[in-house]
Design a protein. Structure first.
Length: 277
């Protein structure tokens, strides 16, 4: 069965988020741990979490993917920004233990003119400080489009971070179809080649999740603008090939397309109809 869901809000609580997922036939969910612009997170309501877990179990909702606020920059030049990223992620990982055995995704960061090497070392330093042996959450580095000074614009840059993480069992990758396409990986015409390259450089055993997005831009544009499924330059046919690829089809897929709940429901329906069980 296709494991697919979309990005939903926890603003009304986890149980309400779960009900929204059920209403659109999603069996996995991505959510921001807090306001995407950063700041304090709401207190965890244990009763709400309990109700959500019961609902998730009944409806076979699994493979939750929490997303760090996209304002965090672990590679920042300013120490106070790196400190904020670290403290936020420490708190997020503590909160994720209310949902054991799931995933936490973040954008590696931008080096803001210091150079990739300096930024990469800052990211490594932070991850080695915050990842603990006892945690049950996989921390996922997201593949980026290479906009501005983003780190993670190719598989090598992601690998360079992962190579120096001490607790390697706790780290993995979330691949974003829009980002890698905008970053220069032609998944429309060369999907097999891209998958092989990922396996050779990082290893498919380290790929835990896929952000399934179309792109408003051309391949190698380094722009990062998501489009609705089938309405961008990747197109429905190519994305159907992604969800059916023998080395990818078992993974959970998360839609981050510019949609409302009804729109996500339509995309999930189309993708389920095109999935080969």
């Amino acid at each position: 069965m296709l494991k697919i869901g979309c990005h939903l809000s926890i603003s009304k609580g986890f149980y309400e988020m779960g009900k929204e997922a059920v209403s659109i036939n999603a069996n996995t969910i991505q959510f921001f741990t807090r306001n995407p612009r950063g700041g304090a997170a709401k207190e965890i309501d244990e009763e709400d979490v309990k109700k959500f877990k019961e609902l998730a179990k009944q409806n076979k909702i699994e493979n939750l993917l929490a997303h760090a606020p996209y304002t965090l920059n672990a590679a920042a030049a300013k120490p106070e920004l790196r400190k904020f990223a670290k403290e936020t992620m420490i708190d997020d990982l503590k909160r994720m233990e209310y949902f054991p055995g799931n995933m936490y995704n973040f954008h590696p960061g931008s080096h803001v003119g210091q150079g990739v090497e300096v930024g990469t070392e800052y990211i490594i330093e932070m991850l080695n400080e915050i990842i603990k042996p006892e945690q049950t959450t996989k921390v996922l580095l997201e593949t980026m489009a290479g906009k501005g000074s983003e780190i993670g614009k190719d598989f090598e840059e992601i690998k360079n971070i992962m190579n120096k993480i001490k607790l390697k069992d706790h780290i993995g990758v979330c691949l974003d179809t829009c980002h890698i396409f905008d970053g220069g990986y032609d998944i429309v015409n060369e999907l097999d080649k891209v998958v092989e390259e990922f396996d050779k450089i990082i290893g498919l055993d380290k790929l835990y999740a896929i952000h399934l997005n179309d792109s408003m831009n051309e391949c190698n544009s380094h722009k990062d603008r998501h489009a609705k499924i089938g309405e961008g330059n990747i197109g429905l046919d190519a994305l159907v090939k992604v969800i059916n690829h023998p080395k990818l089809k078992h993974l959970p897929f998360f839609l981050e397309t510019p949609n409302d709940l009804e729109g996500y429901g339509k995309e999930i329906k189309i993708l389920r109809e095109n999935y080969n069980n």
